[in-house]
Ligand binder design. Structure first.
Ligand SMILES: [Zn+2]
Length: 574
């Protein structure tokens, strides 16, 4: 007993001297957490009781006794009272401004039927001046209690919306972001009629009479979005900027509430990135952003070199990724498949950007030292992307892995699973998509393809691939707890389990939301685990999600969110 105590005292001196706060410089910590179960995700010291932070970084980790000497009169001391603390969650793929924006338009995610949505739109139309666009997001025909009538390929038609808002253009984005439904007035403003042809990589659905039904798939959405942006562009620039800032503020608040301390933004324009940069400089970004540029090749050719930044504003902004998409989503039959859809045999999905333009983006990524991150959902889309990456890596050999990423990597042909590890390609996946989409995955793919290749986290991990986790917010709520639960259970609301062999262990799931995310952004030196010298980004949870019975995981709440040693969110006690 004594012996141990002496050892731990020696150890505390060791830690203190290692981090340069020896006796000559005996500065107290800014923050000390103690009395907890702190899971570090660091193999050297997986679990400690106490953590001290100063100047934004972790200065000590250990037992309560070991860390106690760093408590001074001004140190904020938080008693964890046995609660679990983990590294701040890294949202591996979300849309930061999109999250804030989604909080300011109609939320269609709770609707049970198409009629519910028409009622929401009618209510909005009663208060909006005629001619103002009504926008909303989050509808999903597979999640309604009854099929819309009339329908085209299972999707609703515009009729109810056009009745609900005859004098307002209406644009309602699908939950996946890969389709939208517009009403008659929106289509009129977009000059869409029966004679409008499908753009490359997109489809306009038509009713039996050959008229546009109101649903626009993949790139065809651009027709309506462009009409909407004509209206937006008439707004004064100051109003634009104010709306963007409001979105950033709302998104930040939502992230902190859910313990997200770092957010990997899957595509912002160079113009939006300029705003991020100004905010970072003033210390006003609410969470740490790692941003993929989402812009045209022409604009990127001109702007990538200037936009690249690593760790600006005290490690709040890094821009060194590029986002492209090669296909659409499974829900909207837009995922590009090797074989036809089971429930739409005339279709193998859509290739939404030409391989030629993707090759040009890859060239820009190499020339400007960016990571290329390609959205690929279908097995054909994944194969083409892996082929493209392999080709580029061969032509531009590099000693270190370039850590290029496939965003979603959702449906893989078995032959392609080991290629991720072999090529050093990150599988940037979203646990919650699996359980949320499961209701239609088998319908779309059939049993065999779903079993072999749908959300095959465990196969990827076993093959040595790095798998990150996230929510694709606003497609799903930005909740790491919900995605963690989905990752370790693959359990649907109705109780069924979606191909349980592919479940992650809790350790793997925590790793996917912390250390793997850091690695996927070249940030493993500063975050992802709790270790001396790293950023003091920590989350305290109300439940020990590493040990409670599975069904209790979902009830876990974020009690505290800490970024750079500062408490930035504290849950009000009920
Ligand atoms: Zn996305």
């Amino acid at each position: 007993m004594h012996c141990c105590a002496i050892q731990s005292i020696t150890l505390s001196f060791l830690i203190v001297s290692v981090v340069g706060v020896g006796l000559a410089d005996n500065q107290p910590a800014d923050l000390v957490l103690h009395g907890g179960k702190i899971v570090t995700v660091d193999a050297d010291r997986p679990q400690v009781e106490s953590l001290a932070a100063r100047g934004g970084k972790i200065v000590a980790l250990g037992t309560d006794e070991e860390v106690k000497p760093l408590i001074g009169p001004k140190t904020r001391v938080i008693d964890l009272a046995g609660r679990l603390a983990v590294p701040g969650f890294i949202e591996g793929h979300g849309h930061f401004v999109g999250l804030g924006h989604s909080m300011q338009i109609l939320d269609l995610t709770k609707a049970k039927t198409w009629e519910d949505i028409a009622r929401q739109v009618a209510a909005a139309a009663r208060t909006a001046p005629p001619g103002r666009w009504i926008t909303g997001r989050g509808w999903h025909q597979s999640k309604w209690t009854k099929k819309p009538a009339p329908d085209v390929e299972g999707y609703p038609t515009h009729d109810l919306l056009s009745e609900a808002a005859p004098n307002h253009p209406v644009l309602l984005t699908h939950a996946s972001g890969h389709a939208l439904v517009a009403n008659a007035m929106a289509m009129r403003l977009a000059n869409v009629d029966a004679s409008t042809s499908d753009p490359a990589g997109g489809e306009i659905l038509h009713d039996a009479a050959g008229e546009p039904s109101g649903v626009f798939r993949e790139t065809a959405q651009g027709l309506i979005y462009r009409a909407h942006s004509v209206a937006l562009n008439k707004l004064p620039a100051a109003k634009h900027r104010a709306e963007l800032l409001a979105s950033i503020r709302l998104a930040g608040r939502e992230c902190l509430k859910h313990g997200v301390t770092s957010f990997q933004d899957a595509g912002s324009s160079l113009a939006t990135i300029d705003v991020f940069r100004a905010l970072a400089k003033d210390g006003k970004l609410p969470v740490r952003l790692w941003v993929m540029v989402g812009d045209s090749n022409a604009r990127m050719a001109a702007g990538l070199a200037r936009a690249r930044v690593v760790g600006a504003g005290d490690n709040f902004l890094t821009v060194r990724g590029i986002k492209r998409s090669i296909d659409g989503a499974l829900g909207s039959h837009g995922a590009w498949m090797l074989e036809p859809y089971n429930d739409l045999p005339q279709s193998r999905g859509l290739n939404t950007s030409s391989l030629r333009s993707l090759r040009e983006t890859a060239r820009l990524a190499i020339a400007n030292d960016y990571q290329l991150c390609v959205h690929a959902i279908g097995d054909r889309a994944n194969r083409e992307t892996l082929d493209l990456f392999a080709d580029v890596f061969k032509k531009h050999p590099s000693e270190k892995s370039r850590r290029w990423r496939i965003e979603h990597a959702q449906h893989l042909h078995p032959d392609d699973i080991p290629r991720f590890a072999k090529l050093g390609v990150i599988a940037s996946m979203q646990g919650i998509h699996c359980t949320s989409d499961a209701v239609f995955v088998t319908r779309r793919l059939g049993e065999r393809r779903a079993a072999q290749g749908a959300y095959v986290w465990q196969s990827l991990l076993k093959s040595g691939a790095v798998v990150t986790n996230g929510s694709d917010v606003p497609v799903e709520p930005v909740s790491p707890i919900a995605s963690f639960y989905a990752s370790v259970t693959r359990r649907l609301d109705r109780g069924a389990t979606f191909f349980p062999k592919q479940k992650m262990t809790r350790q793997q799931a925590l790793h996917s939301y912390t250390a793997a995310g850091a690695y996927a952004a070249f940030e493993e030196d500063i975050k992802g685990t709790l270790a001396v010298g790293k950023l003091a980004d920590v989350v305290v949870l109300s439940e020990d999600i590493m040990t409670v019975p599975e069904e209790k995981i979902r009830g876990a709440k974020v009690d505290l969110t800490i970024i750079g040693g500062r408490v930035v969110y504290e849950r009000e006690q009920e």
